[in-house]
Ligand binder design. Structure first.
Ligand code: IPD
Ligand code: CA
Length: 311
C-alpha cells in the first residue's frame, strides 16, 4: 500500500517541535510515524520470512560465540536504513547491526532488524522486526518513545502503538491482563549471551519459580513485551537488554495500560526492565530485591560489560 499522507501543516521534523499553533496534534504526528513503522516492518518482515525458505548463513558472532548474526539480519537492517533515508532523511538511526546516524530532527529510529535471531536460525516461528521512533537523546534512560511496532512475520501479527493513541494487535485494541496474585502470575524472561550472566539469571529464577505460576523463555524480548501488552503473560523481566530489544515493546506495554520500570531504583535499560500491571510490577520489584536480584550489574562477580555488545 501507499504511505500515509503527512499530517497537514507540519513538516514532520520532530514530534517535539512541529506541533505549535495550527499544527496537527501530537497524536496525529505519532500516528503518522507509526504508519511508516508499520509499512517498513511489513517490508522487512516479508524479506526475513522469505529468506527463511533458504539456508540461513551465520555471518559472524558478536559478544560471545552464541551471539550470532545472520546475513539476513544485516540485509533487513540495510533495507530499513535505506528506506528511512528516503522517507525521513533528518531523523537519526540506531540499529542492532551497527548502523548509526545522528538525528537532525530530534527523532531517532531504534531498530532491531531481527529480534529472536536464535529462533530464526532454528526456524522456530517466533521472531520479529522491531521498529521504534523516539524523541530526545536516544538512550532508554531519557528517550520518549513516540511510536513503535513489533511484527512477527511467521504469524502475521503486527503489534503497534503511537504515544497517546493506544496499542493494537492488527486491528484489535490491547489491554494488559487483570493482575493475578503474584503466585499465580506467568512470567516471561530471557537470558543474556554471556555465560556468567546467564548463571546469575538462572540463580535468581531458581528462587522465583516456586513462587510463580510458571516461567516462559520464548526467545524474543520485543515479543515478550508485546505479550504483556496483549495479556498473554502477566509479567516480563530481563537484564542486559540493548535499546533496540525493548524500545518498541515498551510503548506497547504503556499504551496497553501497563507499566515499565527499572529494578532496584536503577534506570530502565541494560540494568533491567520489568513490565506488567503496575501493582504486580511493584510487588515483583520488592520480591527481586529480597533475593538480591536487583544488585547492579557491576556488582555481579565475573561479569564484564562487553562493549562489543552495545553500539
Ligand atoms: C535477544 C532476544 C532474546 C533476549 C536477548 C536478546 P536478538 O535479541 O530478544 O529474547 O533474551 O537478551 O539479546 O539477539 O535475538 O536480537
Ligand atoms: Ca534483539
Amino acid at each position: 500500500g501507499e504511505l500515509p499522507k503527512r499530517p497537514k501543516g507540519s513538516d514532520c521534523k520532530s514530534a517535539g517541535s512541529a506541533f505549535g499553533g495550527s499544527n496537527p496534534s501530537l497524536a496525529t504526528m505519532n500516528e503518522y510515524l507509526r504508519e511508516i513503522a508499520i509499512k517498513l516492518a511489513r517490508e522487512a518482515g516479508e524479506l526475513v520470512f522469505a529468506r527463511r525458505e533458504g539456508q540461513i548463513e551465520v555471518a559472524g558472532t558478536k559478544s560471545s560465540d552464541v551471539d550470532v548474526v545472520t546475513k539476513v539480519d544485516k540485509e533487513s537492517e540495510q533495507l530499513l536504513f535505506s528506506r528511512l533515508e528516503e522517507l525521513r532523511p533528518d531523523d537519526g538511526f540506531l540499529g542492532e547491526e551497527g548502523r548509526e546516524k545522528n538525528s537532525k530532527s530530534g527523532l531517532t529510529w531504534v531498530v532491531d532488524p531481527i529480534d529472536g535471531t536464535v529462533n530464526y536460525l532454528y526456524n522456530l516461528p517466533h521472531y520479529s522486526v522491531s521498529i521504534a521512533v523516539v524523541s530526545g537523546d536516544p538512550r532508554p534512560e531519557s528517550w520518549q518513545v513516540e511510536a513503535g511496532v513489533v511484527y512477527n512475520p511467521s504469524t502475521d501479527e503486527m503489534f503497534h502503538a503511537a504515544r497517546s493513541s493506544g496499542a493494537f494487535l492488527n486491528d484489535r485494541r490491547l489491554e494488559i491482563a487483570v493482575p493475578p496474585p503474584l503466585h499465580l502470575a506467568l512470567l516471561a524472561t530471557g537470558f543474556a549471551y554471556s555465560s556468567v550472566m546467564r548463571e546469575e539469571q538462572f540463580r535468581i529464577l531458581s528462587q522465583l519459580i516456586g513462587q510463580l505460576r510458571d516461567i516462559r523463555r520464548m526467545g524474543t524480548a520485543s515479543l515478550d513485551l508485546a505479550a504483556v501488552a496483549a495479556g498473554r503473560v502477566d509479567l516480563y523481566f530481563e537484564r542486559t537488554l540493548s535499546p533496540w530489544d525493548h524500545a518498541a515493546g515498551e510503548l506497547l506495554v504503556t499504551e496497553a495500560g501497563g507499566s515499565i520500570s527499572g529494578i532496584g531504583g536503577l534506570p530502565v535499560g541494560r540494568e533491567g526492565i520489568l513490565a506488567g500491571h503496575p501493582d504486580l510490577v511493584a510487588e515483583f520489584v520488592e520480591k527481586l530485591s529480597n533475593i538480591g536480584g536487583d544488585r547492579s550489574l557491576a556488582e555481579i562477580p565475573g561479569w564484564e560489560f562487553d562493549s562489543k555488545d552495545v553500539k
